[in-house]
Design a binder for this molecule. Structure first.
Ligand code: FES
Length: 255
């Protein structure tokens, strides 16, 4: 079973690399690795941290020695992305470069390397499907198809109402509750930003989550399996039910 799924995945990867370049870019986690000027994304568009975020910038910088400001690049990019509705235009990256006093290329390198930084517009709710092996074996392809079909978009596209987009991330560290998705909620700026995991999802469950978000509700995150508590075994513990015995020690009195 595992071998069959692995072979299927290998075939999918091969097919991706046989596609034309534009489709390859869309099919992998990082949607955009290069910059082309466009009316809403060019260096001469002004961009600054908001007044409320200026104090957060100061706080972030205070965590690092003053001669290592550049170490703050990731939290500052994250803050800029939250402020900017979930994506990083080139002028936001330039603003970060100015704050940490480095050449802009140093910031571009980071923003294009990490897939959690979006270089193109995303929806107010950016849905990320984990595509790594444990989630894939547990049905992440069906989860993604359910989301794309329900929303009527392709991966990386934003719905017409600007509410949703679907992307892919690699392992998000809760494989025990695979398959899972993350919802990055940019609907309330950096103040109300949340990044929540929804685990043990099914195609029906993710559609339900989308519809709750659409209505402005906050669906409960974490495991969606009612038989599981957090990441414990389904149906409760089956092993290690008693108090653990202390480890054996040498009887020192007998020595
Ligand atoms: S493989 Fe999906 S969370 Fe680890």
């Amino acid at each position: 079973m595992l071998a069959r799924l692995a072979a299927k995945r290998l075939l999918e990867i091969r097919q991706v690399f046989r596609q034309p370049t534009s489709q390859v870019t869309r099919s992998l986690s990082t949607a955009l690795n290069y910059h082309l000027d466009s009316p809403d994304n060019k260096p001469d568009l002004p961009w600054e941290f908001s007044e409320a975020n200026q104090s957060k910038v100061k706080e972030i910088l205070s965590y690092y020695p003053s001669n290592y400001k550049q170490s703050a690049v990731i939290p500052l990019l994250d803050l800029a992305q939250q402020q900017n509705g979930g994506w990083l235009p080139v002028s936001a990256m330039n603003a970060v470069a100015k704050v940490i006093e480095v050449a802009p290329i140093r910031v571009y390198e980071v923003a294009t390397f990490y897939s959690m930084f979006n270089r193109a517009k995303v929806g107010k709710y950016h849905l990320l499907v984990c595509g790594t092996t444990p989630c894939m074996i547990r049905g992440s392809r069906d989860i993604e198809s359910a989301l794309l079909d329900h929303l009527g978009v392709k991966r990386g596209e934003v719905t017409k109402d600007g509410l949703f987009s679907v992307g892919e991330m690699e392992c998000m560290g809760c494989c025990v509750n695979a398959p899972m998705i993350t919802v990055a909620d940019y609907s309330n700026g950096s103040e109300g930003y949340t990044y929540n995991y929804f685990e043990d999802v099914t195609p029906e469950k993710v559609v339900e989550i989308v519809e709750k978000l659409r209505k402005g509700e906050k669906p409960p995150h974490g495991t969606q399996n009612p038989k599981r508590i957090k990441c414990g075994p389904e149906g409760g513990n089956k092993t290690l039910l008693g108090e653990p015995k202390p480890p054996q020690f040498r009887d020192l009195d007998a020595c």
